[in-house]
Write a protein that binds this ligand. Structure first.
Ligand code: SF4
Ligand code: SF4
Length: 323
């Protein structure tokens, strides 16, 4: 039986809400079918007050073994390095993290805030927030770039705002079953099984992307066209399986007419967020996208775009779903 402790730092609880909607496997399956013992979770734990302090002291001292430590939210270092912006169980949360993480078998950073700092760590970062082992794209974060857990793993990053629930439950199952060897990580310590492909992989609009046909409306009447050209979709440069492992087993942002904002990448939220820049493709000279799909460059992109527009068949300009 593997034990799991879940703590929340600078967080909105979005990843907990997402986790509770997991289906394959569900949060209950983790306990009933996979033998995970939840030591404590902020929304599910029955203990309060001094009982929580006792549990955390036991985990921090090593008296109680934590096999999987899931952390949601940023680690807040402010003000002035004291961590007192985020007090929990009578001390700064950062102090609990510093003591529990090295003793845990595996440490999982869940959601953008825990992975890279997310929105709280975006400039001006008033709480001096950081991710567990990254601050934005820079390796280091709170635990330092050389950190490894008791089983010799770096922090396993499962980003997203929030992360898809099944990404975390499937990794917890692998860890609980001792299948560490199955969890290959990419350069940003994300499980490759989820983060090798792009949001665009499996998007129903990809044929319109290929012929450079833009959708015209945001969120409605958008079954035709692609959201890359006008609405800032980051599907071609974002590693996520959002169109392979659908949300609620039903849909995805791009399938419902919303652009992918690239929430699984450390630069999220991308851009300066000034009025008029969100959900809008940023362009050079009003025509060429500032950012082109991963793995290409502007010259190749422009040559491809010109040829694709000329080659675009009539169906690529129509709503093919109308019968
Ligand atoms: S750019 Fe976005 S909307 Fe267009 S095909 Fe790629 S993921 Fe789909
Ligand atoms: S579609 Fe894009 S923005 Fe939405 S959850 Fe997936 S990676 Fe994040």
């Amino acid at each position: 039986m593997a034990t799991l402790l879940w703590l929340q730092g600078g967080a909105c609880s979005g990843n907990t809400m997402s986790f509770l909607n997991a289906e394959e496997p569900s949060a209950c399956d983790l306990v009933t079918d996979f033998g995970v013992e939840v030591i404590w979770h902020p929304s599910l734990g029955m203990e309060l007050g001094e009982d929580v302090q006792r549990i955390l002291r036991e985990c921090a001292s090593g008296e109680r073994q934590v096999d999987i430590f899931v952390y949601e939210g940023t680690v807040m270092l402010g003000p002035e390095g004291s961590g007192r912006f985020d007090m929990f169980a009578d001390r700064p949360m950062k102090d609990w993290v510093a003591e529990i993480a090295p003793k845990a078998g595996a440490v999982v950073a869940l959601g953008d805030c825990a992975c890279w700092g997310g929105i709280p760590a975006t400039t001006p970062n008033p709480t001096t927030s950081t991710g567990l082992q990254y601050l934005k794209g820079a390796n280091g974060g709170f635990l330092g770039k050389d950190f490894t857990s008791a089983l010799g793993l770096p922090v396993v990053n499962i980003p997203g705002c929030p992360a898809h629930p099944d990404w975390v439950t499937q990794i917890v199952v692998a860890l609980a079953a001792g299948r560490l060897g199955d969890i290959a990580l990419d350069d940003l310590q994300r499980p490759k099984t989820f983060f090798s492909t792009f949001t665009q992989t499996g998007c129903t609009r990809v044929q319109f992307f290929e012929y450079k046909q833009s959708t015209l409306d945001f969120g409605q009447g958008t079954r035709t066209g692609c959201l890359f050209y006008e609405f800032g979709c980051r599907g071609p440069m974002t590693h996520s399986p959002c169109n392979r492992i659908l949300w609620n087993r039903q849909s995805s942002k791009t399938r419902s007419g919303q652009p992918c904002t690239g929430c699984t990448e450390p630069g999220w939220p991308h851009g300066d967020l000034m009025p008029g820049t969100v959900f809008k493709t940023q362009k050079i000279a009003g025509t060429v996208p500032k950012e082109v799909p991963f793995g290409t460059d502007h010259i190749t992109y422009m040559a491809h775009a010109a040829a694709a527009k000329v080659a675009a068949p009539q169906w690529s300009k129509e709503d093919m779903f109308v019968v």
